[in-house]
Design a protein around this ligand. Structure first.
Ligand code: KG4
Ligand code: ZN
Length: 343
């Protein structure tokens, strides 16, 4: 009998403000997941400064890779392939990871696999849900993306809906700044909302023209800003927790509504969430309830696998590796890479 060899992938992620490396065994077992976050640095400026992000990635990337190998208790010799996020993201930030991965693949004579960042977020669901297999519907909500995706098979996607303007996480960050919570907004709104009344202010739930599954969050953001201005003009006190909770409820309602109608329309029984906003505790509670009511199995990654990390890139890369996908040393960073597009 031919013994199947285990597959070890070293994965690198540097598309935004986290420098990350991980070792993943056979696609679903995370042996290490090292994340060097730049959040404290960017907080000084109220958001991610691309040039600073790139410079910090350069400082950290080698240390993070070395630590990922050490924590996994493997050496480069054990690694079967090098995986890296090549888009979408900040071009300078992506280039650091892509260059490091290409250098390693070339020097070690190992295959190179470029991974789509969103494909990574979706694949984070496979880490802790060992039984989860496509097809399923996945809502990807992060700082840069809001997509409702039909996951037809590993690496095969159909986008059902997307945001027309701001991403959900972007709206969280902008509203948090406006109500004085600072950066990063998502986790802060999540926390402060526990003390607020989600019914205190009615903010709009946007419908986007004909497109049933598209999102729009910029109108909601403007409604919050208008509310804050009008309170100031009237000399009324602003209750931060109520504004946060009411804004969050408006986002969660739309995400739940769109997701459940897509799951029902396409007749799926499995639904997953992914991306930084998927760690929002109110969104999870609402999704658990809605899925229970609709008889749908609900999947979500732990918060550490929701926000940017390299383990999710290693998982996505494993399924590409098994299909025979390999990239050349001409792999480049593609800041606006589309999901399902192969370059
Ligand atoms: O997936 P991610 O780490 O990076 C991108 O690919 O964009 O997502 C970051 C976003 C930020 O906008 C952050 O505010 C949001 O995810 N986020 C949250 C929470 N934790 C992070 N939003 C709402 N609630 C949270 N608990
Ligand atoms: Zn991300």
């Amino acid at each position: 009998m031919i013994e199947k060899k285990d597959v070890y992938i070293l994965a690198i992620e540097s598309s935004c403000d986290e420098t990350a490396a991980a070792v993943v065994k056979n696609g679903r077992e995370v042996l290490s997941n090292v994340i060097s976050s730049q959040i404290a640095l960017h907080t000084l400026y109220g958001g991610v400064v691309p040039e600073i992000a790139s410079r910090k990635h350069i400082e950290k990337i080698n240390q993070v890779i070395e630590q990922a190998l050490q924590e996994a208790e493997v050496t480069f010799e054990t690694i079967d392939a090098i995986a890296v996020t090549y888009g979408p993201g900040l071009v300078g930030a992506l280039l650091v990871g892509v260059s490091a991965a290409k250098a390693l693949a070339f020097g070690l004579k190992k295959p190179l696999i470029g991974v789509h960042h969103i494909e990574g977020h979706i694949s984070a669901n496979f880490i802790e849900n060992k039984g989860l297999e496509p097809p399923f519907i996945c809502l990807v909500v992060s700082g840069g993306h809001s997509h409702l995706v039909k996951v037809k098979d590993y690496g095969e996607y159909e986008i059902l809906g997307r945001t027309r303007d701001d991403a959900a996480g972007e709206a969280f960050d902008k509203v948090a700044r406006a109500i004085g919570l600072g950066y990063p907004g998502g986790p802060k709104i999540d926390k402060v909302s526990r003390e607020g009344n989600p019914e205190a202010i009615h903010f709009p739930r946007a419908k986007v023209g004909e497109s049933e599954y598209d999102f729009s969050f910029s109108g909601l953001k403007s409604a919050v800003l208008n509310y804050l201005n009008s309170c100031q003009m009237k000399g009324e006190e602003i209750h931060q927790a109520d504004v946060a909770a009411s804004f969050q409820k408006a986002v969660v309602d739309v995400l739940v509504d769109h997701s459940m109608s897509a799951v029902q329309k396409y007749g799926f029984h499995k639904f997953a969430i992914a991306g930084g906003v998927a760690s929002n505790s109110h969104l999870r509670e609402a999704m658990i309830k809605a899925c229970e009511e609709n008889g749908i199995e609900f999947y979500h990654p732990s918060p550490i696998y929701c926000t940017d990390n390299a383990a999710m890139i290693g998982v996505a890369a494993y399924y590409e590796y098994m299909k025979g996908v390999r990239h050349g040393y001409d792999l480049n960073a593609v800041p606006n890479l589309k999901l399902g597009e192969r370059i």
